[in-house]
Write a protein that binds this ligand. Structure first.
Ligand code: SAM
Ligand code: SF4
Length: 330
């Protein structure tokens, strides 16, 4: 490990930065945002692309090699392809990905890939149009499916599909999603719903554990074979017999992966967050706007990393961050 590396109090090296580029979204997923949307930050509060790129280049010199662009919905921010181009050209950034709801992916996939984006994770919670319209409060399933096809054609692969599973809402589709790994070779990942943002509504009766999902899939489709664990990945990966794609379980509630956590988050309004669920925010926007030198920015990154808690213990307590998922970027 280089002496310049970003290492927290518990010896974890931070190599992964999740960058939220907007708090706006073109969907209103029941568990994430209220119908009327969230109070939006004024434009001037949001980091400009050159400010994001500056911070990423400083972080890259401290060993950050992976960046994921997220939101809100990243594809609603104009010019995001240009941000991708800037970030892809930063020395040391070897893995550049995006998490999107896929609604605007069909028209952007080729440009994103050409600009240097390597992969996309598409959030999709149902394959039924009527249910999509209820769950996301917008009738856009066809656009998302077209976006997935376009991502595959553009080489933004492996395409990952992230499904938040909620009892009584979409848990009867876990087997249909598993079949996508046979038919399409996609990587499907089931996510346990977290009590964040609008999540409070779903956290009790709606919660479905990864263990239960796995049992339900195996009951219908046969035993899953375990794949080797990739260090730093929050998902445990499995494969159905004969499948080209994989199945993953992201278990923030029942089996947290904090011991291996290598990530730091940058919010759209320029705050660094070292843990999705606990710990404070550190302002980096002011320093970026004051044209602070690299050393000042490095120290701010180190300050944020020093606040990283050992874990979040979500099964025992409520999160202490005040932003919802759309404000942090997932
Ligand atoms: N709009 C983009 C999207 O939906 O992919 C990016 C931002 S969204 C906040 C990132 C991820 O967080 C999505 O996969 C979403 O399903 C997930 N998410 C939002 N609220 C959640 C919750 N309460 N529990 C678990 N996952 C949640
Ligand atoms: Fe928008 Fe993503 Fe939240 Fe859904 S999960 S409301 S797509 S930010």
């Amino acid at each position: 490990m280089s002496p310049a590396a970003l290492v927290d109090r518990f010896g974890r090296q931070i190599t992964y930065l999740r960058v939220s580029v907007t708090d706006r979204c073109n969907l209103r997923c029941l568990y994430c945002m209220p119908e009327e949307g969230v109070a939006l930050q004024p434009h001037e509060a949001i980091l400009r692309y050159e400010e994001i790129a500056r911070l990423v280049s400083v972080a890259a010199r401290l060993g950050v090699s992976k960046v994921r662009i997220t939101g809100g919905e990243p594809l609603v921010r104009p010019g995001v392809v240009e941000l991708v181009r800037r970030l892809a050209s930063i020395p040391g950034i070897s893995d550049l990905a995006m998490t999107t709801n896929g609604v605007l992916l069909a028209q952007n996939a080729r440009d994103l890939a050409e600009a240097g984006l390597q992969r996309v994770n598409v959030s999709l919670d149902t394959l039924r149009p009527d249910r999509f319209a209820r769950l996301a409060r917008r009738d856009h399933l066809a656009q998302v499916l077209a976006g997935l096809d376009a991502a595959e054609q553009a080489g933004l692969t492996p395409v990952k599909v992230n499904m938040v599973v909620i009892r009584g809402l979409n848990d009867d589709e876990v087997v249909s999603f598993a079949r996508l790994t046979l038919a399409r070779g996609w990587h499907v990942r089931y996510i346990e719903v977290m009590p964040l943002g609008e999540g409070e509504h779903w956290s009790e009766g709606g919660f479905v554990s990864a263990l239960e999902i796995k049992e339900r899939v195996e009951e219908q489709l046969g035993p899953l074979a375990a794949l080797p664990h990739r260090s730093g990945s929050p998902a445990r990966d499995w494969r159905l017999p004969g499948a080209t794609g994989t199945l993953g379980f992201i278990t923030p509630v029942t089996e947290h992966f904090c011991g291996e956590c290598n990530r730091l988050r940058l919010t759209a309004d320029g705050r660094l967050i070292s843990c999705l669920l606990r710990g404070g925010e550190v302002d980096v926007r002011q320093a970026l706007r004051d044209n602070a030198d690299d050393e000042v920015l490095q120290n701010i990154l180190r300050d944020s990393v020093s606040l990283k808690p050992s874990g979040h213990h979500l099964e025992e307590c409520r999160p202490t961050v005040s932003r919802g998922m759309s404000g942090i970027g997932g």
